[in-house]
Design a protein around this ligand. Structure first.
Ligand code: MLT
Ligand code: ZN
Length: 489
């Protein structure tokens, strides 16, 4: 039977820690190891400050060879290892538990762009390159690396792969799984797997690299990757649009695809409470639209053509939307500054919630044909439980993925609201999504936050297969233990 915990080492914590520290220092050098509560604090605490663990040592290797040696030593000494990229997980996936037995392996020093191949349209990077640095390196060669998420300044490519990150351009370019052509990963026993070849076709057996994508660091530590590059779009057109309802938003998406085809890059839903929260939080921004509307969408088109022709396509979409009574009002970005202002509103929703506190983060997807019904049903369920909850609903409507995040009423504390409603509301929302053939975690992963819930939503066959894969690669259950896989009793 798989276990999700570890027996404490037989020696006292101090002597075990000293031995681990000495071993890690011998591999990476003393300057690349941290120990003690004060120095490790920022690594063992997640960025929303919900999960706080402990680590024997934080080790920061700078080469794949060093990662391999760290893993081999930890494997030989039964020491659990928690890999960490930019520590931006929303699910507690990148911090250790509080037993203090784990080594935390931070990839941040492996931050080199190794090669950009403008003929193959690929880029080879170490895992600790931030998403922002990867996008900038591509831009310098007039290419696009297409992953786009709000935390791009901190999150790292290794973590983006390990969590199969999604974001606001999935509609056009796919998620991280679609953007990778090769992976190098260190296995729990220190062996190195590599497929850093940049091939678009390779049918020579199982596609092993994809096993590591979305594995949340439970099967191997991703140390490098070959990423797909796209042509850099020359034109973009952005509109902030008030729509009648979520159903009208879905129909408008259909209209946009009909007129814009491939150019439809982002289609993001924003509810009135989400907009109000972010305007209040930012202080220096106003709504692009003069009146209050219950539902809005942010539409972005991009293309290799001209701004004029793309704007004409956007206008066609909006006019068709008005004619079909889907659109109530629209603000079209007249400049790059306008477009950035519209996007800032969308991208700050997450931080506005974190700062406000008391948000129940459900990240669900359902088939597009069911998303409007899902939003209606789930909202009715939540409001029947807590009529004053602020319905912060937003996200990647174009992918059938909404962040459905009821927020505490203004006059209730976060602790009070979450204490009463976290479990019942997340369960109600997840149950409805599951009943619509949906997913209870569309893009944020499982980590610790949703681990035990998986038992309710995955079939016994799926759970058993997941554990079989885990045991095949990590028979000692040392790599990111107690994350993602629920214990099977
Ligand atoms: C987003 O779409 O803003 C992100 O997934 C982050 C979040 O939902 O908190
Ligand atoms: Zn998102």
């Amino acid at each position: 039977m798989p276990t999700d915990s570890h027996t404490a080492p037989a020696t006292s914590p101090t002597s075990a820690t000293n031995a681990t520290l000495a071993a890690m220092q011998a591999i990476v050098g003393a300057g690349a190891c941290l120990s003690g509560d004060a120095d490790t604090e920022s690594y063992v605490t997640d960025y929303r400050r919900i999960y706080r663990g402990k680590a024997q040592v934080v080790v920061m290797p700078s080469t794949t060879e060093q990662v391999s040696q760290v893993m081999a030593w930890c494997h030989a000494h039964d020491v659990p290892v928690v890999p960490q990229g930019g520590n931006t997980s929303l699910m507690g996936g990148a911090v250790p538990d509080d037993s203090g037995t784990a080594v935390l392996l931070s990839l941040g020093r492996m931050n080199r762009v190794l090669a950009v191949d403008t003929i193959n349209d690929t880029m080879t990077v170490q895992a600790g390159v931030t998403l922002n640095a990867a996008r900038t390196a591509a831009e310098q060669e007039q290419r696009l690396f297409a992953l786009r998420i709000g935390s791009e300044g901190s999150c790292q490519i290794g973590g983006n792969l390990a969590t199969n990150a999604g974001g606001t351009a999935v509609l056009r370019y796919g998620n991280m799984r679609d953007l990778v052509l090769g992976i190098e990963a260190v296995l729990p026993d220190g062996r190195i797997y590599s497929s850093l070849r940049g091939l678009r076709k390779d049918n020579t057996g199982y596609d092993l690299k994809q096993l590591f994508v979305g594995s949340e660091g439970t099967l191997g530590i991703i140390t490098a990757a070959v990423l797909k590059l796209m042509p850099q779009p020359r034109a973009n057109a952005v509109a902030f649009v008030a729509v009648q309802s979520p159903e009208a938003a879905v129909r408008l998406l259909g209209v946009a695809k009909q007129h814009g085809g491939q150019a439809v890059t982002a289609f993001e839903l924003i509810s009135a409470p989400a907009l109000e929260l972010v305007l209040e939080y930012l202080g220096d921004v106003t709504s692009p639209l003069p009146a209050r509307h219950d539902w809005m969408v942010l539409i972005e088109l991009t293309s290799g053509g001209s701004d004029e022709s793309l704007n004409a396509t956007l206008m066609e979409i909006l006019e068709a939307g008005l004619a079909q009574e889907l659109v109530l009002d629209a603000a079209v970005a007249a400049s790059l500054a306008d477009a950035q202002r519209f996007w800032r509103i969308r991208e700050e929703i997450s931080d506005a919630q974190t700062r406000t506190g008391g948000s129940i983060k459900c990240d669900v997807s359902v088939p597009l044909s069911r998303i409007a019904a899902f939003i209606g049903d789930a909202s009715a369920k939540v409001l029947a439980l807590e009529p004053a909850a602020r319905m912060v609903i937003y996200g990647h409507m174009g992918d059938g993925n909404v962040h459905f995040n009821p927020l505490r009423p203004k006059d209730r504390s976060a602790a009070d609201f979450l204490g009463q409603w976290y479990a019942p509301i997340s369960e109600a929302v997840d149950t409805l999504a599951h009943a619509e053939n949906g997913s209870i975690s569309a893009e944020h992963g499982i980590g610790v936050a949703k681990r035990d819930d998986l038992k309710r939503y995955k079939s016994p066959v799926e759970l058993e297969l997941m554990w079989q894969v885990k045991r095949a690669l990590d028979p000692k259950n040392l790599l990111n233990p107690a994350k993602m896989l629920p214990r099977l009793d």
